[in-house]
Write a protein that binds this ligand. Structure first.
Ligand code: OXD
Ligand code: MN
Length: 595
């Protein structure tokens, strides 16, 4: 510890130095000291939980030009570079010790080599800049779910985003002193040109599962840089694997039923497939839109939102489809817009229903399809009161949905946990979107919508899930949804608001208050129930011909899908559990018998 104190004293003013010392945690001081030494910032700012410190970071983001003020109070805009607009899967790698193997689908690099490379890239990278040190918590503070985290970054935009998205935990670190276990994230935007990372060819996201450290450099896009988001998810999946809980790419929401009943669901969808718009539907409540931790207690399943804010895709947000988000984005309050088109203080995005001004010559790529907004959940009218509940909420249903133009009906329910797990969750496929770099519209296998973040071999992840339900008195019902089914002319078969009806149907199914039709892939809704629900929820007449189009099971397409999935597990996944093949073969047989 002694070896860094002198250095820290020269880089921190008295107040920031005291904040660090006050934590009474030599290992933490060593870690911060090591990166101050390596990155060589001009100064270090240490974030406590105070409102002044939060304001300091907001001000810095504007002073440094990382964010610009928009017309509405509290609203700012941030731009990432043209080649830095999405998660970079290719350059995100796990550091593997000799002999370790995560399976062929998981990107990795030799640990020693990776550390040498990333440390080389970080050397001196903060010269002339300020380093921000933040103490945060994944999940509510002081709960069985809490995982603490330290973030080091030279970007005030990243620090500001984290402030909005996660619970501040300086006091929790202070209370626990050196007893505290925490994830560690180190980020540098690298050399900047016009305020954006210049050397994106040297962008790296390296994940060390041994030490729970993630380093990112030469990027600003939040999906690569905000450590507590998808970088922490990878570390958490490994932790969950060791202790038999689950770290998931899931929303958490409450759905209203009879007599003011509220039933909580989680839902996993690949990025940009309707996840946020599902948990934000009018009339229901949101706990979280992106990442959840799930734990069992006394035979019941509980979930928390890892975050306290939303880093949401802004495309398609308009007053008709997303009135609540629209309101948050058009009234005063803290909002960071990113990669939208901004002109005269007004942000514009794709399909916002507004007339767009001519694009500025220097922002011709904007608005980007993966443009985003960052807000606090608390500012939303529909924020669920249990957001900060340390116990989480009890989960009765899990929803999986992908972008599938051909096979799955709009909504269906599995026969039981194992069937749902294998034929819905582990069989999830989706057409790619702008949330990751690469070609869009390509069908990709994405089990549990979590494949991008798996830090354990897929077969182990599936086995954990199979085990997981064993001591649950009533495993949650598992549903599949598909908002993207099309007819032969390529038109979508359901309307955006129809998901409100699907949610009500699922709520009733969980409570066994409604019958359903048995089909080869699971239970389908009955026409008379949907007709009544469409009227009740949307005031719409739902025709029998619409029902036929959505729910006449497409046998050939579903058969092709099962065959595809069997093939994937046979050829690409080493050691997939036997029961997975049994369940898929049974499904295939049921489909063939109907053919
Ligand atoms: C996200 C993503 O930002 O999954 O949530 O890309
Ligand atoms: Mn996501």
């Amino acid at each position: 510890m002694e070896k860094y104190l002198k250095l820290l004293k020269t880089k921190c003013n008295q107040e920031n130095y005291q904040k660090l010392i006050g934590l009474n945690n030599p290992a933490l001081l060593d870690f911060v000291g090591e990166y101050v030494g390596l990155c060589n910032p001009l100064s270090v700012f240490v974030r406590s939980d105070s409102a002044e410190d939060a304001q300091y970071i907001r001000n810095k983001a504007k002073e440094l030009g990382e964010e610009k003020q928009l017309a509405i109070g509290g609203h700012t805009v941030h731009f990432d570079g043209p080649h830095d607009q999405a998660r970079d899967k290719q350059r995100t790698k796990f550091l593997l010790s000799k002999g370790e193997n995560l399976g062929s689908d998981i990107n990795s690099i030799d640990r020693e080599k990776g550390i040498t490379e990333i440390q080389g890239l970080l050397k001196g990278t903060m010269a002339g800049k300020e380093m921000f040190v933040l103490f945060l918590c994944l999940g509510p503070i002081d709960s069985d779910f809490s995982i603490y985290a330290l973030q080091i970054t030279d970007s005030a935009y990243v620090a500001h985003s984290e402030d909005i998205l996660y619970r501040s935990a300086y006091e929790a670190f202070k209370k626990k002193e050196s007893e505290i276990e925490f994830f560690r994230f180190v980020h540098s935007a690298g050399e900047l040109e016009n305020n954006v990372s210049k050397n994106t060819d040297k962008r790296r996201v390296y994940i060390d599962l041994c030490e729970n450290i993630v380093w990112t450099t030469n990027s600003q896009y939040a999906g690569n840089t905000v450590g507590l988001k998808k970088l922490a998810l990878r570390l958490a999946i490994r932790k969950a694997d060791e202790k038999a809980w689950l770290a998931e790419h899931m929303f958490v929401m409450g759905i209203g039923g009879v007599n003011n009943r509220k039933t909580y669901f989680t839902g996993a969808f690949p990025s940009a497939c309707g996840k946020t718009s599902t948990c934000m539907v009018e009339g229901e409540s949101i706990v979280g839109d992106d990442i959840a931790y799930l734990r069992k207690k006394e035979g019941k399943l509980f979930a928390v939102n890892v975050e306290r804010g939303i880093f949401g895709i802004i495309r398609d947000v308009n007053p008709q489809n997303d009135p609540l988000i629209w309101q948050a984005l058009t009234t005063s309050g803290e909002v960071i817009f990113s990669n939208v088109l901004a002109k005269d203080g007004i942000p514009y995005w794709l399909d916002d229903g507004k007339v767009h001004p001519d694009k500025e010559t220097d922002s011709t790529i904007f608005p980007h399809p993966n443009a985003r907004y960052t807000i606090r959940l608390k500012t939303l009218k529909n924020c669920d009161p249990k957001l900060e509940n340390p116990e989480g909420v009890e989960v009765k249903g899990i929803i999986y949905g992908g972008r599938d133009s051909q096979a799955w009906p709009s909504i269906f329910e599995s026969f039981d946990w194992k069937h749902g797990l294998i034929t819905i969750a582990a069989s999830l496929e989706s057409e790619t979107t702008a949330a990751t770099l690469g070609k869009q519209g390509v069908r990709k296998f994405n089990p549990m919508a979590n494949l991008d973040f798996l830090s354990i071999p897929l077969e182990r992840y599936i086995k954990n899930y199979l085990q997981f339900a064993k001591d649950l008195a009533h495993p949650p019902a598992i549903f599949g949804v598909n908002y993207f089914l099309r007819n032969e002319n390529g038109d979508y078969l359901s309307a955006i608001e129809d998901k409100r009806v699907w949610l009500k149907w699922m709520e009733l199914r969980v409570h066994k208050e409604i019958e359903a039709i048995e089909s080869p892939i699971g239970f389908l809704p009955r026409y008379e129930d949907l007709k009544r629900l469409f009227k009740q929820v949307l005031g719409k007449d739902y025709s029998e011909s619409n029902y036929q189009k959505e729910f006449n099971l497409r046998i050939d397409e579903n058969l092709a899908k099962v065959e595809r999935i069997i093939e994937i597990y046979k050829t690409k996944v080493a050691d997939a559990p036997k029961i997975l093949f049994e369940i898929l073969e049974e499904q295939k047989k049921r489909l063939q018998e109907k053919n």
